[in-house]
Ligand binder design. Structure first.
Ligand code: ADP
Ligand code: MG
Length: 583
């Protein structure tokens, strides 16, 4: 049994072992399967993730697909619209094409018309050109003959001028020149700002040619003025001091030939009288003449020319003496009078008339000069004493008449008539004590001996004198315009009265009246010999070109016109040694 039991246990062991092996196999299989299962789980998870991703992609693709569908639909509809537009455009193009065809056809028709028009025009132009050439050659011929006529005219004009001058000389007419000054900055300085830049600053006075002044004014509300005035010479605003002097230069030759000569500037304040006569010397602080040579006026130029002419004939050099006088408030002041006490100056003188009816000026200081420089030094000194008072019209207006006299004394030429000779005079009456201008005390000056240098009692030599008077008159504006009162009003009234007296004298001379009222004013009395006597007298009318001075300008031009009518008989020579120059 034991064997059997052993056998059995052996069998069962085997069986157990077999089973154990089977179990181990199964367990290994289980482990394998579990491993496989785990791997499969992993794969499953991977696949699930892939599936999740795929489903998201699928959704996306679905939306995209939808969108694509939508886009396709809208593209389709756009294409349809485009197609319609293209169809429309095609239609339009077709219409345009047909209308352009019509236009082209029309254009071609018109082009043909134009072409034939142009051809006709060219033919006409050719004809015109030929005519024009004919006219041009005719114009050249006319121009040539015009030039010849012009040259002839200039020659004739010159001749006429010479004849006119001789006539003036023979009749003893007063020569009248007119100078129109340029518009200047102060012309725009009106007191009323409303009037500034108004027509008051417009130019109404014009130089038409060198003998004619035109006054043209058509201001609304005022009478129309369109008037011309003729004078021996008219200077436009651009004409220089040199030109003005050149015109009076022949008078200096006449002076050296023994004629008395007087040049006076007449016009309203600010019209250029002092500029014309003196130039920069008329200013309170004159610039050096070397700096402003072009501006020099008649007086410095005449001084220069006088001594140049004298130097041309040294053997017959006349002695030159200068006196400077101012007529202020109807009183005559000797601006060269010197007082040894050096306390006062501006010595008052008076005009008296001798028994022979000759005018004499007592105690008038005259100083001998031998060069233009000395002459002008005296003038500068005298000018510093000249009365000045600013008015509204012009801030630097001279309130007195200035008379510069150069007396030339030379041995009389042999054979000259005794009546033509002016022997030098010794003082004939005692001089009254000089009175002094009360209004403005001045530096003292020496009172010199009267008249030119004395002649010894036994001296048989007869001498002749010729006199050059250069006059810068005070302004002729009316009291209302200049807006002055008090002392200045008295000054203005004296100026106006003396200028009125001058006009009266000219009127009496022009009408050959028996009585000429020289003594109505000191100015006319003092200038009697030059105005009414045998001097060659040149009046330079100075006028402003602007509208606001029109009344004064018309008055001035009227004065000049009256002066031109005066016939005083031929000027007389003074038995002077002739210069031999043309006059
Ligand atoms: P009047 O002596 O007549 O009162 P002025 O000679 O003093 O006048 O002239 C007034 C101003 O006009 C001055 O400043 C002067 O320099 C200027 N003037 C006058 N005439 C001319 C001219 N022809 N060219 C340039 N300036 C001029
Ligand atoms: Mg002046």
């Amino acid at each position: 049994m034991r064997a059997r039991a052993g056998k059995w246990s052996f069998v069962s062991d085997q069986r157990v072992q077999q089973l154990q092996r089977q179990v181990r196999v199964k367990e290994e299989r289980i482990i394998e399967l579990e491993t496989e299962n785990a791997i499969l789980h992993l794969k499953l998870a991977e696949y699930q993730e892939v599936i999740g991703k795929s489903s998201r992609e699928a959704t996306k693709y679905y939306f995209l697909y939808n969108e694509k569908q939508h886009l396709q639909r809208s593209i389709h509809s756009t294409l349809i619209q485009l197609y319609q537009v293209i169809q429309k455009l095609k239609q339009d193009i077709k219409e345009l094409h047909s209308s352009s065809l019509i236009l082209v056809r029309n254009y071609q028709g018109q082009y043909q018309d134009c072409l034939s028009g142009i051809v006709a025009a060219i033919q006409r132009t050719q004809l015109y050109n030929e005519t024009l050439q004919a006219y041009q050659s005719r114009a050249v011929l006319l121009e040539q003959s015009l030039q010849e006529i012009n040259e002839q005219y200039q020659i004739e004009k010159q001749k006429r001028k010479l004849l006119h001058n001789s006539l003036v000389e023979l009749k003893g007419n007063i020569r009248v020149h007119c100078r129109i000054r340029p518009l200047l900055p102060f012309d725009n300085e009106l007191d009323d700002p409303v009037l500034q830049n108004s027509s008051l600053c417009e130019k109404v006075i014009h130089a038409v040619d060198d003998e004619t002044v035109l006054v043209k004014c058509n201001r609304p509300g005022h009478p129309l003025i369109n008037k011309t005035y003729n004078f021996e010479r008219v200077y436009g605003p651009a004409e220089s001091q040199r030109i003005v002097f050149e015109e009076m230069r022949p008078l200096l030759i006449s002076l050296l030939d023994g004629y008395n000569v007087c040049v006076m500037a007449y016009g309203q304040t600010g019209s250029g009288k002092s500029y014309t006569m003196l130039g920069p010397y008329s200013k309170d602080e004159p610039a050096l003449p070397s700096e402003c040579h072009d501006d020099l006026g008649i007086i410095p130029r005449a001084a220069e020319e006088l001594f140049r002419l004298i130097s041309e004939n040294p053997s017959r050099s006349p002695r030159v003496e200068v006196s400077i006088v101012e007529v202020y408030n109807n009183e005559i002041f000797d601006l060269l009078a010197k007082d040894s006490s050096t306390l006062v100056s501006g010595v008052k003188r008076d005009v008296i008339t001798s028994r022979e009816g000759k005018k004499e000026l007592l105690q008038l200081t005259s100083e001998s000069v031998s060069s233009a420089g000395e002459f002008m030094n005296l003038v500068t000194g005298g000018l510093q004493l000249r009365a000045k008072h600013p008015t509204w019209v012009h801030a630097d207006s001279s309130r007195s008449h200035l008379v510069i006299t150069a007396t030339l004394t030379a041995a009389a030429s042999p054979g000259s008539a005794a009546s033509d000779q002016m022997p030098l005079k010794a003082p004939s009456c005692p001089s009254p004590p000089p009175s002094v201008r009360g209004e403005r005390p001045r530096a003292a000056r020496r009172a010199s001996s009267p008249g030119p240098a004395p002649v010894g009692p036994a001296e048989p030599l007869r001498q002749a004198q010729a006199r050059l008077q250069l006059v810068d008159l005070a302004g002729s504006e009316c009291i209302g315009a200049s807006g002055v009162t008090g002392l200045a009003r008295r000054e203005t009234s004296c100026i106006n009265r003396s200028l009125a007296a001058l006009a009266d004298v000219l009127g009496a001379l022009a009408e050959h009246r028996g009585h000429v009222p020289y003594r109505n004013s000191k100015l006319t009395h003092f200038l009697q010999d030059s105005i009414g006597g045998d001097a060659k007298l040149l009046v330079i009318l100075c006028v402003s070109p602007c509208q606001k001075s029109l009344a004064e300008t018309l008055q001035c031009l009227g004065f000049g016109t009256r002066a031109r009518r005066v016939q005083r008989g031929q000027a007389k020579r003074r038995g002077f040694p002739a210069s031999g120059k043309p006059r």
